[in-house]
Write a protein that binds this ligand. Structure first.
Ligand SMILES: Cc1cc2nc3c(=O)[nH]c(=O)nc-3n(C[C@H](O)[C@H](O)[C@H](O)COP(=O)(O)O)c2cc1C
Length: 181
């Protein structure tokens, strides 16, 4: 199997990160993989904001957990408490992808390029839809540049894994073929 296919097959969501920071040149390589993504009509309707400030990530984590704790349904809060009590699993880096014009597919491709680049460099990563919770707060919106022009697309957490995570078992029944008659 070639390296790209091995990276795709070996990727797994990382839900525990060590305290180690990532070198800037590695961060830049990952962000570069993001901007290499295809986009409809090559409009590139995105912006990648890399949060390297652990204090900011922690403040957003606290805010997210606070909101989850206040929810009537305790299941999400309990799930994150069982995983260590943090929405962002102690990740040292958050890649925030901002989008224009609801370009969700374009953003998803950027996100997966970032995840695969991180995997190929031996790092852990996880797509993090839950980051939308702290980003409902105006203060955090302003810090990453969410405004009338730039909406939150998605986020990815990246760092050194604190333990090993196993890829999910791919379901081959999800694939159908239409054969030549
Ligand atoms: C759009 C999207 C949002 C996700 N949001 C979260 C999240 O907020 N927190 C989390 O722990 N995992 C999140 N995940 C990871 C999924 O739970 C994970 O991909 C799925 O369980 C399959 O496991 P695997 O990634 O290890 O193959 C998200 C994945 C996607 C694609």
């Amino acid at each position: 199997m070639n390296e790209v296919l091995m990276t795709i097959e070996n990727r797994a969501s990382c839900r525990a990160f060590s305290d180690d920071m990532i070198a800037d040149e590695i961060i830049e390589k990952i962000a570069y993989a993001g901007v290499c993504s295809p986009s409809a009509r090559n409009l590139q309707p995105w912006k990648i904001v890399v949060i390297k400030d652990k204090e900011l990530i922690n403040a957003m984590d606290d805010e997210g957990m606070r909101v989850l704790k206040a929810q009537e349904d305790p299941s999400a809060y309990n799930r994150f408490m069982e995983r260590g009590g943090h929405l962002f699993y102690n990740a040292p880096l958050m890649f925030v992808i901002l989008k224009k014009d609801n370009a969700d597919l374009d953003v998803g491709i950027v996100a997966q390029n970032i995840v695969l680049a991180a995997t190929s460099l031996g790092l852990g990563s996880v797509h993090c839809g839950m980051a939308r919770i702290p980003f409902e707060n105006l203060q955090f919106q302003q810090q990453v540049g969410i405004n009338h022009q730039w909406q939150l697309g998605t986020t990815i957490l990246v760092g050194h894994p604190a333990k090993e995570f196993t890829p999910h078992t791919p379901d081959l029944n999800k694939i159908e073929y239409i054969n030549a008659k």
